[in-house]
Write a protein that binds this ligand. Structure first.
Ligand SMILES: *Cc1c(COP(=O)(O)O)cnc(C)c1O
Length: 646
């Protein structure tokens, strides 16, 4: 990692933009304003800009505690429109004969407000839903009320699932059940006969093509879903022998989420199109080609085939799909099918961001930390003072090794009882001072030894943030997925510290220590020194974690019983003085609710506390007034937010 903040360079907003890369990953939805605050522009150039700092103030004014998740409903609409427009452009450009029918895979974000907004924005485009489980189907059937609208059912199915899907069909929806394994087809046929309905069947083909990146195993020959070529043929035989060949309506494939390289898409589409063409020629009048998900999001803004990026644009993605399906069909002389895509991540990722509050920092290096050195220091302190004094003349790596040796010696002496605390403190401080000088001397060099890189990481500050990685950022913990992260204000000032973010769970994994970078991955994030106000209290410092809308909302867990976070939903409205308003507030989990989810009954807890308090009064350990106040605090506290309140 190289330090991009060259103190010799002047600081301006443009430097801030490029330091945090906001104009690249922000996809025109996020920028920095003249006040040095991050703003959201949910309709890109076409609408108002929302100063996140104002939203934070409004949330505070309404008594909301942090962390807070902000949803921009207009970004959802904009994404739905963008993807539909992109497919339409490609269809026109390549003179494609079928239409585009997108569906939103609910699993990527099941929140009702999100799904409703997408369906609403998708109405002009006949946008449908994709479900992968019974609960998702139950939600989808009720929410998607347009006649003729698509509901694609993926995932393994049982009799209950199949029955409910067929019921949806009776209601006038186009419910297509995608066969994930051969036995499912037998069951679909049996149940639909019982109900007297012809089912609409799709088949997921297990392609040879698979993606790269963190989700590659969803595709390829070892994927857990889909039919191999011989199973596919067996399925066609089964349909034919039942006289249900006309029910085979859709061919499906899915190569995994966040496909970083467009080549993967090109290959998979060509392979799947051949399947379609051959099946069509066998007499199956398949209407839809479903290209699944995988459309990626450029989380780091590098526009590369790196895991957290994509080396293609939305338009390039739709162009390649439309072009290759058409191309193969033309070559095989079969009609162009309607194209379905199941993009989840690309529709919802941008629309939400998490605001976390920094409540302290652990600094390894403090300039002027008040330690005075005299003539009479401990020999180890003297030696380190010597190294520090002469560092400009010394070989830097050697100086570092010498300092490290002294620090180790000090550690051993301390354990043996031969070193006092004040001397230990001096030795540690000198070691970090020297470490910083050594790291500084390697700045800008083409090659930096591994141990110096490690030293630099350990010199970084730890910013204490009031949130849980396990609740809000599970993919960072589980898969090392990177999200854009930056301070939400003070961007007209140069950040002078480098730090990692640690959360409030009692888990050493509860931290963010990998950050986006154009070329590589950064181990620390440039941050501002925490300020204090007149009363010596720390000034609020808020950090935004962006592009959180896909998967993170639902995958979070209750580690340490930190629950769901408070949410606000922002809507643009030209009639409002600020051009927007904060409509909905969804309160996060309370302590009582978090406890209830692991079988603690609120009333039982209160009863047990009361019994102990009565006992304490009786045995004179507490005065009744004090005891009642404690009981009151306990009972009221159960309604509080699970996170810290400052
Ligand atoms: C998860 C999933 C999707 C969504 O993928 P994204 O990469 O988020 O667009 C689409 N289709 C299927 C079958 C899935 O399992």
């Amino acid at each position: 990692m190289s330090n991009p903040i060259d103190p010799a360079q002047p600081w301006d907003l443009q430097t801030a933009r490029s330091l945090y890369n906001i104009n690249r990953w922000g996809a025109k939805y996020f920028d920095i304003n003249e006040a040095g605050h991050v703003v959201a522009t949910p309709l890109q150039e076409a609408g108002a800009s929302v100063d996140i700092t104002d939203v934070i103030e409004e949330a505070k004014g309404r008594g909301l505690k942090f962390p807070v998740l902000i949803r921009f409903q207009d970004i959802l609409r904009n994404r739905v429109e963008s993807i539909n427009t992109a497919f339409r452009n490609s269809i026109t450009e390549f003179n494609y004969q079928g239409s585009y029918r997108g569906v939103f895979p609910i699993k990527v974000n099941q929140l009702r407000e999100v799904v409703e907004e997408i369906l609403e924005a998708g109405k002009p485009f006949n946008f449908g839903l994709e479900v992968g489980s019974k609960p998702e189907l139950f939600a989808g059937l009720a929410l998607q009320n347009q006649i003729g609208s698509l509901i694609i059912c993926n995932g393994y199915k049982d009799a209950g699932f199949i029955k409910m899907a067929i019921l949806g069909q009776k209601l006038g929806k186009k419910v297509i059940m995608v066969v994930e394994k051969l036995e499912e087809l037998r069951q679909i046929i049996t149940i639909s006969k019982q109900l007297g309905v012809e089912p609409s069947v799709g088949i997921r083909a297990r392609l040879h093509s698979k993606g790269a990146g963190k989700w590659a195993e969803s595709g390829g020959e070892n994927a857990k879903f889909g039919l191999s070529t011989s199973e596919l043929l067996a399925a066609t035989e089964m349909l034919k022998s039942e006289g249900l060949g006309q029910c085979f309506k859709l061919l499906h494939f899915h190569i995994g989420s966040q496909v970083p390289d467009i080549l993967t898409v090109k290959k998979a589409v060509q392979e799947a199109s051949r399947f379609y063409a051959k099946l069509f020629k066998m007499g199956f009048n398949i209407e839809y080609m479903d290209v699944g998900g995988g459309l990626g999001v450029d989380y780091d803004g590098s526009r590369s085939a790196f895991d957290s990026s994509t080396n293609y644009t939305l338009q390039e993605y739709t162009n390649d799909i439309v072009y290759y399906v058409g191309d193969v069909c033309n070559a095989e002389k079969v009609p162009h099918p309607h194209i379905i895509s199941e993009s989840g991540r690309a529709i919802v990722a941008h629309h939400s961001m998490l605001v976390v509050e920094v409540f302290g920092a652990i600094e390894k290096i403090r300039s002027g930390n008040g330690i005075h050195y005299t003539e009479n220091e401990h020999p180890l302190v003297k030696e380190l003072l010597d190294i520090r004094k002469n560092i400009s003349k010394l070989n830097k790596l050697e100086a570092y090794h010498d300092a490290l040796e002294r620090k180790d010696d000090a550690h051993h002496m301390f354990t043996l009882g031969m070193l006092e605390l004040p001397d230990k403190a001096k030795i540690e401080n000198l070691y970090w001072d020297i470490g910083q000088e050594v790291v500084q001397s390697f700045k800008g060099q083409a090659y930096i030894p591994e141990e110096i890189v490690k030293l630099e990481d350990s010199l970084g500050d730890q910013y204490l943030c009031n949130f849980s990685v396990f609740q809000s950022l599970l993919d960072h913990w589980a898969l090392g997925q990177l999200f854009p992260i930056m301070p939400l204000s003070k961007l007209n000032e140069r950040p002078t510290r480098e730090g990692t973010l640690v959360d409030i769970t009692c888990d050493s994994d509860g931290q963010i220590n990998k950050f986006i970078d154009l070329r590589d991955v950064r181990d620390t994030l440039p941050l501002h020194k925490l300020g204090t106000n007149g009363n010596g209290q720390q000034e609020p410092y808020y950090i935004g974690i962006f592009l959180m809308g896909a998967y993170q909302d639902i995958m979070g867990d209750l580690h340490n019983l930190f629950g769901r976070v408070n949410e606000v939903h922002v809507f643009l409205d030209p009639d409002e003085p600020a051009g927007y308003y904060v409509e909905e507030i969804i309160e996060g989990t309370t302590i009582g609710q978090a406890l209830a989810s692991v079988q603690y009954d609120e009333n039982e807890l209160k009863r047990r506390m009361k019994a102990q308090i009565d006992e304490a009064i009786k045995s004179d350990r507490m005065k009744p007034s004090e005891a009642m106040r404690l009981l009151d605090d306990y009972e009221r506290g159960l309604k509080d937010y699970t996170y810290l309140t400052f």
